[in-house]
Unconditional design. Structure first.
Ligand SMILES: Nc1ncnc2c1ncn2[C@@H]1O[C@H](COP(=O)(O)OP(=O)(O)O)[C@@H](O)[C@H]1O
Ligand SMILES: [Mg+2]
Length: 249
């Protein structure tokens, strides 16, 4: 695994406006090496927009972000080459086979072609789809190829936007275990999700974003109001201002 800056992610007053609409409002975050950080929030809260600013995919309106010590606004390409990014919706190119696409990504990243591609093809059980055009894959298989492409170069920092969507339960368990080993080995994960059970199982700390603003930040036990409160109740309390105790299942 590549050497990781002691502070993989640091943002200060990071803000994104789309016209008059403020999607992310003055977000300040520090994520440490070896953290599996869960970025939670309802639909439209600003999770994907934040991830895209941190990865250098879109420019912030104001504020700053440093990822592995690199300023994301002034050197977005360096950020993208250093980290692994699993976008929420991105399909591999239709007219390449699984193997061709992974070899292409490996060559762009200056890696020996086959080694790591083979490892991920095997990890995701895609051996018999190796020569299939990506356009002919199922949605879940496309997601597996996208994940493989993001992981090929063994990045020390991973940005993942709803990575478990479309994956079957068996591969979800396998990926969860892999992520836990990855952070044990010093890797860092910024995981956007609205699946609270997943955050509860995996994350060292979470941030809850609501309407572009950070509503809470800390370990799950720090966020809970007493031992019997579930993460869903924390979420309801912070996002909806409700006491979640009498909510129907
Ligand atoms: N390119 C864009 N132009 C205008 N509004 C956008 C754009 N991208 C996102 N938004 C808006 O910003 C808000 C946050 O979106 P997003 O970050 O995708 O939310 P989340 O990932 O938390 O569901 C939403 O209200 C969305 O409609
Ligand atoms: Mg999103």
């Amino acid at each position: 695994m590549k050497n990781v800056n002691p502070t993989p992610i640091e943002s200060k007053a990071l803000t994104k406006n789309f016209g008059n609409y403020c999607a992310v409002d003055s977000l300040s975050l520090t994520i440490n090496a070896g953290e599996l950080f869960g970025f939670l929030g309802p639909n439209g809260a600003g999770k994907t927009t934040t991830l895209q600013m941190l990865c250098g995919q879109i420019q912030p309106t104001s504020g700053t972000a440093r990822v592995m010590g690199i300023d994301t606004a002034s050197d977005p390409i360096a950020v993208k080459s250093a980290v692994g990014i699993v976008p929420e919706i991105e399909y591999p190119p239709s007219f390449l086979t699984v193997e061709e696409y992974l070899h292409f990504v490996a060559s762009v990243r200056g890696l020996p072609e086959s080694d790591s591609a083979d490892m991920w093809i095997e990890f995701f059980g895609l051996e018999d789809r190796r020569d299939t055009l990506c356009m002919s894959l199922s949605k879940g298989q496309k997601k597996k190829v996208t994940l493989s492409a993001a992981l090929l170069h063994k990045p020390g920092l991973l940005f993942m936007d709803e990575p478990f969507l479309d994956l079957d339960p068996l591969i979800q368990v396998k990926l969860r275990r892999w992520l836990l080993d990855y952070v044990k080995g010093g890797g860092t994960v910024f995981l956007c999700t609205h699946i609270l059970e997943l955050a509860e199982k995996l994350c060292t700390r979470v941030g809850i974003i609501d309407r572009g603003r950070l509503a809470a930040f800390g370990s799950i036990s720090e966020l809970k109001n007493g031992a019997d409160e579930s993460l869903e109740q924390v979420f309801r309390r912070l996002v909806l201002g409700q006491d979640g105790h009498d909510v129907e299942p």
